[in-house]
Design a protein around this ligand. Structure first.
Ligand code: GAP
Length: 597
């Protein structure tokens, strides 16, 4: 396991990630992915796209990152997307008040659920001090701080906009169009991979809590009464669950079970959420998360986001702490209903019945020649309000007069003018608001987990080394090619040809001719390159055509094989179709001293 500082040091030194804007003193909460990190992150996104978009038959979109205020009024983020802030009067540093309580008070794991007043009290009761300067925080006000970055759209005072705090809203607001592309049929899923922004009070721990980060989200739209997930695909997938009930119990622990059993026993309430936990479990395993340091934890009541009916987090263990790397929420019809209500557009799907049904319907047929002269420009709205009232409260038409509200004004109409009746109508279907199930992944936190779980230290040929045992699919570079020496034109020519042919075969290749061969191996080990090819003089002197050595990262074992076989063997190794161990039965092993000198 990597000490956190080892990993941060390696991440910076080898170009995985580093604090942004260093030349200007740095900006807390913003990180740049360097060449190795950008490549690793790209590989995580590709693997996610492959599993959650392509293989599930979903559509992917790319929406703007700035959205107008109205979107967030509707979504609830303007009102409810807050964290608790306490500011130190002495040094001016801001802190998450709930985190201070959780760190200091045993038994409190979810201080956010306690509310601002109680947290303020607890700071006083426990006499908590500022973690930065040590000054007392008792008496400092705790307030809700909205995490969205506000901006202005257009010049001048413009229109207020916000950087989206989750990619999900870019999908929800386009639902009226997206449903057309899905031909109006449920279930369907839409994905998006892109940046999200949160003005975190105290960004910390490298890329784990930052102010700009990448999310990979899937919004699965379902008919809650009819659509069922293909649970059979993941029935047997083993998972480690940490349900809310176990977190509350004094002697609570993990439930090691399968997805099928967890649903049958009601541990996971929503079969859709369970389905995605199963898919995610297999995906995390594929990309190289250490499954002994991984669990699904159910949210406690007070932790749930304002939109979520049930939520489970995927958590990975980092440096002795559990961090949330993805959330799986049953969002119900919250988002689509709200956007429908606030925008006036249709966030519903027309669900056709198997057979048309005859229903009794309360209708009005107002006499407009009476309403027009009486109410002028408001007459049409009054007629519409009468129809709404007829549907909601038909008894209101039992009296001689009926009153409706339009834009805050009351209008009274003779019941005879409203022309109320009950009619039999044939209906072929109804408009329903789909429910949403949402797997939401943090890409940066996945990258961090992969680095931390892949970090190893050992000794090779009497020398200590650290290396990243990344899954080949995730490694930033597929293979490194080294000429053993640089003063031999023939040898350098072969090495360049090998590198060129591997690139042509679609592999990402690093060509390195600087420093001792041992140092070159260490450099590649540290960035997780799974294979290295070395061209040496011995390989050019045999009778059967040129040969090179191929070295595997984790074992540091080497074999010698013909140049002509290299591309095909590497492709098979990288695709997981072949094991390196199996190759040593077909090709000669190489004494590592020869090429690590
Ligand atoms: N649409 C649902 C949603 O946004 P979330 O749990 O707030 O849910 C999803 O975020 C994921 O995004 C988290 O599991 C985490 O991996 C990542 N994430 C959230 N805030 C983050 C931050 N400040 N820095 C890095 N990643 C973050």
């Amino acid at each position: 396991m990597a000490e956190q500082h080892d990993l941060m040091e390696l991440a910076k030194r080898r170009g995985f990630f580093f604090g942004s804007n260093g030349a200007y003193g740095g900006t807390a909460g913003f990180y740049t992915f360097g060449p190795e990190g950008a490549s690793l992150k790209h590989n995580v996104e590709s693997a996610w796209r492959d599993r959650f978009t392509v293989r599930l038959g979903n559509d992917e979109i790319e929406a703007p990152t700035i959205m107008p205020e109205a979107v967030f009024e509707a979504s609830g983020h303007l009102d409810g997307f807050d964290d608790m802030l306490v500011e130190c009067a002495e040094c001016g540093e801001s802190h998450r008040a709930d985190h201070l309580i959780e760190d200091a008070v045993e038994d409190i794991e979810d201080a956010e659920a306690l509310g601002v007043d109680r947290v303020e009290e607890l700071i006083r009761e426990h006499d908590l001090a500022c973690p930065t300067c040590g000054a007392a925080l008792a008496g400092e006000p705790v307030e809700d701080f909205n995490l969205m970055f506000e901006t202005s759209i257009g010049p001048g005072s413009g229109q207020t906009g916000y950087m989206r705090p989750e990619t999900a809203q870019g999908i929800f607001v386009e639902f009226p169009r997206l449903k057309e592309y899905a031909r109006g049929q449920l279930p369907f899923g839409v994905t998006q991979i892109g940046p999200a922004y949160r003005n975190e009070i105290s960004p910390r721990r490298g890329i784990i809590r930052v102010r700009e980060f990448t999310q990979a989200e899937l919004e699965q739209f379902i008919d809650p009464e009819e659509d069922e997930p293909p649970l059979g695909e993941v029935d047997d997938v083993g998972v480690r669950l940490y349900p809310a009930s176990e977190q509350h119990a004094d002697d609570g622990g993990y439930v090691d079970t399968t997805i099928g059993e967890a649903v049958a026993e009601g541990i996971i309430g929503s079969p859709w959420v369970a389905y995605y936990l199963g898919v995610a479990q297999e995906w995390y395993e594929r990309v190289g998360v250490d499954m002994d340091r991984f669990r699904f934890r159910q949210h406690l009541g007070g932790e749930r986001a304002h939109y979520a009916a049930d939520c489970w987090d995927a958590e990975s263990e980092i440096d002795g702490n559990w961090i949330e790397i993805a959330g799986f929420a049953y969002r119900g019809d919250y988002d689509l209903s709200k956007h429908g209500e606030y925008s006036g557009d249709r966030f519903t799907i027309f669900k056709r019945y198997d057979e048309p049904v005859t229903v009794e319907k309360a209708v009005v047929d107002p006499d407009m020649s009476a309403l027009g002269p009486e109410f002028g420009g408001a007459a049409a709205d009054v007629a519409e309000a009468l129809q709404d009232l007829a549907e909601d409260d038909p008894d209101a038409f039992d009296s001689d007069e009926v009153t409706v509200d339009v834009d805050g004004e009351s209008y009274t109409v003779d019941t005879e003018v409203a022309n109320f009746s009950i009619e039999e109508q044939t209906e072929s279907g109804e408009h329903i608001t789909p429910h949403v199930v949402e797997p939401s992944f943090g890409v940066g936190r996945t990258v961090y987990t992969l680095l931390e779980h892949a970090y190893r230290e050992d000794e090779v040929d009497g020398e200590e080394r650290s290396y990243l045992s990344l899954a080949p699919e995730m490694a930033p570079t597929d293979v490194a090619v080294f000429p053993l020496v640089t003063n031999d034109d023939e040898l350098v020519g072969v090495a360049e040809d090998v590198a060129g042919s591997l690139r042509k075969a679609g592999l990402s290749v690093s060509y390195d001719d600087s420093g001792s061969i041992g140092r070159r191996y260490r450099r590649q080990d540290e960035v997780g390159t799974p294979f290295c090819v070395t061209v040496d003089k011995d390989g050019l002197e045999g009778d059967g055509g040129p040969t090179v050595t191929l070295r595997e990262r984790d074992s540091a074992a080497q074999i010698r094989l013909p140049v002509d076989d290299v591309a095909a063997e590497l492709a098979a190794l990288l695709a997981g179709d072949r094991e390196f161990e199996g190759l040593s039965q077909r090709y000669d092993d190489v004494d590592t001293d020869v090429t690590t000198a």
